[in-house]
Design a protein around this ligand. Sequence first.
Ligand SMILES: [Zn+2]
Length: 446
Amino acid sequence: MAFWGNKQEGESPQPGQQAPVQTTGTLEDGYNEIVKSKGRAPGIDLAIKLSDLILEHAVQERASDVHIESQGANLRVRFRVDGILQDMLNSPKNSDIPLTQRIRVLAGFDPEPPTSFRNEEGRFQKMLAGRAIQVRVSSFPTVNGEKLVLRVLDRQQLGLDLDQVGLDQDALTLIKKLIRNPYGIFFITGSTGSGKTTSLYAMLKNINTPMINIITLEDPVEYRLEGINQAQINAKTGFTWSEGLRTILRQDPDVIMVGEIRDFDTAEISLRAALTGHLLFTTIHTINSASIIERLFEMGVPPFLIGSSMLGAMSQRLVRKVCPKCSQNAAPPSEPVVNEFVKNMDADEGKIVKELILKPGAAYKVEKGCAECRNTGYMGRIGIFELMLMNEEIRKHILDHAPTDVIKRAAIKSGKMRTLLMDGILKARAGTTTLAEIIRVTATMV
Ligand SMILES: [Zn+2]
């Protein structure tokens, strides 16, 4: 949808704008420095220095993942920042600096990769800039050599404060009220990397007091939360989602977080627990809030069970925030352009979307690119949300086994639900992000 801005998709820099980019930044400088001191210090010392250097840069650049690739004779390091991979280092490999061995040892693996394929996962903790950074390591044997991916879990970055995930004041008030229900089940849906886990953690943290027993079932436990009993699924030992849930229910819980519902057993036990005095939070894999109900139907969950236990559902995505240093003011799109955009939507929904985009008073921005944002035009991310609350009309549709579009329409009409797209447009109107970014992220849904 190029017509929303003067720069398409915002993914790759336009030709002619390359100049201010520091593609490899100081990680490459640091690497060259270390390589220069070869022979003067043992290789392992240099590897320790190098792995520390990579992690320091990762935290500084707000990277969520670090990819370390030994591509033949080359060593390549990439960071995922704001959801997009960026090259940080691409240099001839120095095999006398045993970098991968160093990280393998930190992760608790053998120094040398196994000769036959084995799934390797480990974690370690590192103190950086005065705070504990947790790192989860995964190893993968490629034909060019070993590939290591380090997931960097920085509590400071995780922003576990419910007030800071990006919910606007209305939604925040509704959610805070909803998560204080004594029983019922609340669903969160969104693709991988949409910030679901962060939202779940933020909700648990928001209600966490010594007076209630909160237990989670996760795969994997992404972050350790104080005062909350977290358990990790282990299919090999029989600690499956459904078995785990049965066990938890004998642990006198008030609030249960089930990492994911993907089968009938887990769904049924969860929904029944929600009916018998427990408050549950969970995630489920669907494209929007309304389709959660159809997904539960497909699993074989009876409509009455859904209608009587479900408090509501939230769908979310992460969008990139436009760089405050270089963004420029933009005019709203023209009416014909907006008409074209909404023409395939449900009539009521299209009308709301059109009005929302064209209503006067918007402070639309368009991305440009500067050294500060590595010429991407964006810096940091924020959630967009679609909050569907149960009401009598939606409940009636559930009992009638209604399809997703009927439930979605009812949620918009009677529940005043704001869709992901609508919430995104509001954030674009406020100048937090761009319309192009909202379209990119929600394109598969409209
Ligand atoms: Zn910028």
